[in-house]
Write a protein that binds this ligand. Structure first.
Ligand SMILES: Nc1ncnc2c1ncn2[C@@H]1O[C@H](COP(=O)(O)OP(=O)(O)OP(=O)(O)O)[C@@H](O)[C@H]1O
Ligand SMILES: [Mg+2]
Length: 265
């Protein structure tokens, strides 16, 4: 039999395998498994305390699973520290906007390119020629992303002075600047109004379509997940409750019960 390789189109880009996380006595995740295909927008839903953020934090390497494995292109990411996750193609945004408020939009987005440049403080300060060409390429890439996300006009504006919705776009720009294979979005709809939520959903789909980025969307907002994701995984009490197309999951009796039983929907 032929061995499946990462170039095999059927092989998942990301595989979550039997992941459990225990905090003290609390089992936050209990043997969760699912696959993400390249180019997919996967929505991860579930009521309060279901384990969504815990799983997200395992993927971005902030938490270490007590059991199981997480594979990117067939290789475990679990021995990699969180600060070295961007270089293998995992980019993230934060549940609460985590930009540098006193820096300009441009400088915030430039921070995102850091993982993709080979320079260090010594060569930067010496301004070696290869660093300069690296910087030129970087500036070009940042400018392209600012244009793509309609941020050129505010490139030199301090982030703290911008509306919340624009700040979220800056965070997306920063994540995209590292040219991720997978973009992890942590409750991106939080704090946005109804209209803004759907604009953001469209933007996420556009990013996937135009840039080929695979997206994991952790979201409380059912409506956004249902209109944005191709595939949905529902968690409850740390376990996978259901998985399928948005319609299948939305109509799943266990999912309906879990959401009706929670205070938040
Ligand atoms: N750092 C931690 N220490 C102890 N317990 C934790 C920690 N993080 C999460 N938990 C617990 O793990 C469980 C899952 O929490 P998690 O934050 O992953 O849920 P969630 O699905 O993101 O919920 P929400 O929709 O409220 O954000 C909860 O019981 C929570 O109290
Ligand atoms: Mg959460």
């Amino acid at each position: 039999m032929m061995q499946a390789t990462s170039s095999d189109s059927a092989a998942p880009l990301l595989a979550v395998r039997d992941v459990s996380v225990v905090f003290g006595g609390i089992v936050a995740l209990n043997g969760v498994s699912f696959d993400m295909k390249k180019g997919q927008i996967l929505g991860l839903i579930g009521p309060n305390g279901a384990g969504k953020t815990t799983l997200f934090n395992c993927l971005s390497r902030l938490y270490q699973p007590s059991k199981g494995d997480i594979l990117l292109d067939g290789e475990s990411i679990l021995s990699r520290p969180a600060h070295r996750i961007a270089e293998i193609g995992i980019g993230r945004t934060f549940q609460n906007v985590a930009l540098f408020p006193n820096l300009s939009v441009l400088d915030n987005v430039r921070v995102g390119t850091h993982s993709r440049t080979n320079s260090d403080i010594v060569s930067d300060s010496l301004r070696l020629p290869w660093v300069r060409s690296g910087e030129k390429a970087m500036n070009k890439r940042v400018d392209e992303i600012l244009g793509y996300l309609d941020l050129r006009e505010v490139a030199h504006t301090t982030v703290s002075g911008l509306p919340f919705g624009t700040q979220k776009r800056v965070e997306l720009a920063r994540a995209l600047a590292a040219e991720p294979k997978i973009l992890l979005l942590d409750e991106p709809a939080g704090g946005l109004n109804h209209e803004e939520v759907y604009v953001l959903g469209d933007l996420v789909r556009r990013i996937r379509n135009d840039r080929g980025v695979t997206v994991l969307l952790v979201e409380h907002h059912m409506g956004m997940v249902m209109s944005t994701a191709d595939h949905v995984v529902a968690l409850n009490f740390g376990k996978k409750l259901a998985e399928g197309t948005p319609t299948e999951v939305q109509n799943n009796a266990d999912v309906i019960k879990a959401y009706l039983g929670s205070k938040d929907q």
